[in-house]
Ligand binder design. Structure first.
Ligand code: PEP
Ligand code: MG
Length: 881
């Protein structure tokens, strides 16, 4: 059976984007709604995919195009390229996802040395228009289909204007344009070795092929990589009868939105350019006027446009954007789609549409995302004073950062150590820049996109980053960068906006996010954005099955998490409690010679730990707090081997007594590990240092008793890290159960070693709960060192498409996710009431939250700032229609 590759507009609809591309599917939809769309047909993405894999158009394609072209000619009463009364068509790309400006379009296909006269006649004797249309065809066709450098045409056009002594294209008359066509045709044959094709059908076929090929143009490949659009979708090709916006003052072209894409407000939003074609708007040849001025210019068309915009909004039940052309007072719709909008507008519009009765709250929830909410939680620049914009790059990692410019990593670290806030500016970054990136407020590069090293690492660190700001020239050697001749030197202050990609000179004031202010205070106020966020989050809460807990180690963080809606603490890391002035106590523990000395050190730590836990349990009174016993290797609490060795050597060389440093050095040497992440940490440490876990457990039990005595409702849970075998957990449990006050406190384990996932059925026998440590599970599942890889080869892996996103950022559901699934199934089979959560970074990642919902976890735990994001996504996951 032969495959259908070509569809008339009347045969498609908006849900066929996979097959017909976004533009084609929506043109079809508008046609079927009875809106004025110029007739046309669509060559499917399937034909493109075939062409791209085999290098040839499918055999049936030519005949199918013949058939649809004949039907189009019939409808229009004109033949393609007819010398007397020609039909002209545009050939436009259109893939499933919009890739603005990335692929190709050829207009006026069907013009040649003869039909140009027919066109002039059609246009009421307007010769100039006909020759101008022809020269546009030769230019676009030459550039797009035959790779003739665009500059050759532009240069020739400039020369023609110069020779005539005029500045604008419109000042060239019919004869001038006819001469330009001759010149363009010469340029064409010089570059291609052949004459400009006069056969209209050959023009059409070559243009279609060029659109197919444009799918793999460098800029399209790059754009897809950045936007995570799959590389194998292919583009559809739309062949549409030409309508002309450049036929005189009663013609024109414009764009419109059914409501403001920045704020969501309803009204007349858009731009109009009279006597012009769409490409003139893009090229900025003349200035557009606001759309409402069209009402004075052409009231009928304006009213018709307003009517159509209402039809489209009612039909799509969402904000639409539109491209239109008016040809001699007749309005034509050239494109529509559900419009892009800012994060704020997404929330406001979704809520407005509920008020208007257009959609219900369930659907509104699907119209917003956790990523948008996260954007709304970053501080922003207050731009009311109109700061000077220096450059614009890729918005690679959101946030608003202000600091003094530095050009190398070392300087960044140095100045930051002196208390300066710095912005690291580099052409591009590499792993050697890591210390400087850590020390900076933000990172600015002149090269690279969203998956460049700078972007990936900055996002991982939650640091503001603008990259690929290609107007700036970085001259690190001379400690400056320049933009259009304006030099910015080391120490000058810049402000970079990782949400818009804009770079400003000087310090722009930063304002906290109003959404965060609302979470902090609980005060709704009058702001429509805050009201919309509140409304949609409340709805998400009512829908979600997953609990949302937070990772917090201090009473302050715990209290904030609670204000942000956390229903428990899923991970209280106890290691910070061993830092600062407590280091000495830890050193004493490590250096302890015998049981007695060790016990003394532990006894000194106990009251400090108890106090820590009391704070957190009080802040979370009435809610669960999962306290994780100490995890990192003890040597992390000791001085570095190199520093200590130098100190001892210097003391000895001076004939001084290095004292206890010698003993300390011995201990550091003994404990040194090549792969500390895989070494003596977690439960291994707890079992190797007698009394360490017992001290922590006792502190938890005593803290709970104290909080209860003070009238609180403490709900601690004890979590054992890095368990790989049930015997480890059984040993810790036996020790814990001997401690007074532990009875009734649930004891569970992290599942973060692959072996634990694979033996989850056994481990569940000794665990009342599981919490997936997906950071370690990713590290050990892939064999990637989490401390090293993100700054080393990950950017290359992203470039190569080995993964679309770092597996430390978004869970690798196929691999690591499989371990999670196995552990959930086998754990629950062994212990049906086993409570299961996740406390790795992935608990705050939108896609991963959907996965955790689907595999049936009870809760996700994430950093306090991600709590609202996870609440929203858990609600969306529960209502995934
Ligand atoms: C984890 O491994 O996912 C985890 C939460 O523990 P940590 O990050 O402290 O190793
Ligand atoms: Mg871990």
């Amino acid at each position: 059976m032969s495959v259908k590759y070509v569809y008339d507009f009347a045969e498609g609809n908006k849900d066929l984007k996979d097959l017909l591309g976004g533009k084609g599917a929506n043109l079809a939809e508008m046609t079927n709604l009875g809106l004025p769309v110029p007739p046309g047909f669509i060559i499917s993405t399937e034909a493109c995919r075939q062409y791209l894999t085999t290098g040839d158009e499918p055999a049936e394609l030519a005949a199918q195009i013949d058939q649809h072209l004949a039907a189009l000619e019939e409808k229009m009463g004109r033949r393609l390229g007819d010398p007397v009364d020609p039909l002209l068509v545009s050939v436009r790309s259109g893939s499933k996802f919009s890739m603005p400006g990335m692929m190709e379009t050829v207009l006026n296909v069907g013009l040649n040395d003869e039909s140009v006269h027919g066109l002039a006649k059609q246009a009421g004797g307007n010769e100039r228009f006909a020759w101008d249309s022809y020269r546009r065809l030769v230019q676009m066709f030459g550039k797009t289909v035959c790779d003739v450098p665009g500059s050759a045409f532009e240069h020739a056009l400039d020369e023609a204007k110069k020779a005539k002594g005029v500045r604008q294209d419109v000042d060239l008359g019919a004869e001038d344009m006819s001469a330009v066509v001759d010149t363009f045709k010469k340029i064409f044959s010089e570059h291609t070795g052949r004459e400009f094709p006069q056969d209209p059908r050959e023009q059409l076929d070559l243009a279609v092929r060029a659109v197919f090929n444009s799918w793999n143009a460098d800029r399209a490949v790059l754009y897809r990589r950045q936007e995570r659009i799959p590389a194998d979708l292919g583009t559809a090709v739309n062949i549409v009868a030409m309508v002309f916006g450049n036929l005189g003052p009663d013609s024109g072209t414009g764009v419109a939105f059914t409501r403001d894409p920045g704020t969501g407000e309803q009204g007349v939003y858009g731009d109009y350019l009279s006597n012009a074609q769409g490409e003139d708007v893009v090229a900025g040849i003349r200035n557009t006027v606001p759309l409402d001025e069209l009402e004075q210019l052409d009231k009928n068309s304006f009213d018709e446009l307003m009517r159509i915009m209402r039809v489209l909004e009612d039909h799509y039940r969402d904000l639409c954007d539109i491209e239109f052309t008016i040809e001699r007072g007749k309005l034509w719709m050239l494109q529509t789609r559900v419009g892009k909008r800012t994060a704020a507008a997404a929330f406001i519009i979704a809520s407005q549409l509920v008020d208007e009765g257009t959609i219900d709250l369930d659907e509104a929830l699907q119209r917003v995302s956790g990523a948008q909410l996260a954007q709304l939680m970053f501080p922003t620049f207050d731009l009311s004073a109109n700061p000077e914009e220096l450059a614009k790059g890729v918005a690679a990692s959101p946030g608003a950062a202000v600091g003094k410019v530095v050009f190398d990593s070392h300087r960044a670290a140095e100045r930051a150590a002196q208390g300066d806030k710095v912005i690291l500016v580099r052409r591009e970054t590499n792993p050697d820049d890591l210390p400087g990136m850590i020390a900076s407020q933000g990172i600015l590069t002149s090269r690279g996109g969203k998956t460049s090293h700078a972007a990936v690492v900055a996002r991982g660190m939650g640091k503001t980053c603008v990259c690929g700001a290609d107007r700036i020239e970085v001259d690190g050697h001379n400690g400056q960068f320049s933009v259009d001749g304006h030099a910015v030197r080391e120490g000058d202050v810049v402000s970079i906006d990782g949400t818009s990609g804009k770079v400003y000179l000087g310090e722009v004031p930063v304002q906290p996010s109003k959404v965060v202010r609302y979470f902090e205070t609980g005060e709704l106020g009058e702001d429509p954005l805050v009201a919309a966020v509140h409304r949609l989050l409340a709805h998400a809460d009512s829908k979600r099955r997953l609990g949302v807990w937070a990772n917090a180690d201090t009473p302050e963080d715990a209290a904030r998490a609670r204000r942000f809606g956390a229903e428990g603490i899923g991970l209280c890391r106890t290691e910070h409690m061993f830092l600062g002035e407590r280091r000495e106590l830890v050193e004493a523990l490590i250096l302890a010679d015998g049981d007695e000395a060790r016990q003394a050190a532990l006894d000194a730590l106990l009251p400090l730990q108890r106090k820590d836990f009391e704070g957190i349990l009080s802040a979370m009174s009435g809610l669960p707090v999962v306290v994780r016993l100490i995890d990192p290797p003890l040597h992390e609490f000791l001085p570095s081997l190199e520093e200590l060795a130098v100190k001892v050597a210097v003391a000895e060389a001076r004939g001084e007594d290095p004292g206890r440093d010698v003993k300390l050095l011995g201990a550091v040497r003994r404990m040194h590990e090549s792969n500390p992440m895989l070494g003596l940490r977690g439960v291994r440490l707890g079992l190797a240092v007698p009394g360490l876990f017992a001290m922590q457990i006792r502190a938890i039990a005593e803290a709970a008793a104290a909080v209860r005595a003070a009238g609180g409702d403490p709900r601690p849970e004890i979590m054992v890290p890095l368990v790989g075998a049930v015997q480890e957990l059984e040993t810790v449990r036996a020790e814990a159960e001997r401690i007074e006050g532990v009875a009734g406190i649930p004891i569970g384990t992290m599942i973060e070693v692959p072996r634990a996932a694979m033996t989850a059925g056994q481990i569940a026998g000794a665990a009342e709960f599981f919490s997936f440590g997906t950071n370690d599970l990713t590290q050990m599942g892939w064999g990637f060192s989490r401390d090293d890889v993100e700054g080393s080869f990950f950017s290359r892996y992203l470039e190569l498409g080995i993964f679309g996103v770092s597996p430390f950022e978004s869970l690798d559901t196929e691999g690591v996710g499989r371990l999670v699934r196995i552990a959930v199934e086998e754990g629950r089979a062994a212990r049906p009431n086993l409570k299961i959560g996740v406390c790795g970074e992935h608990g705050g990642d939108p896609d991963s939250v959907h996965f955790f919902h689907e595999v049936g976890l009870d809760y996700v735990s994430c950093s306090p700032f991600r709590v609202p994001v996870s609440r929203l996504e858990a609600g969306r996951a529960a209502d995934n229609r």
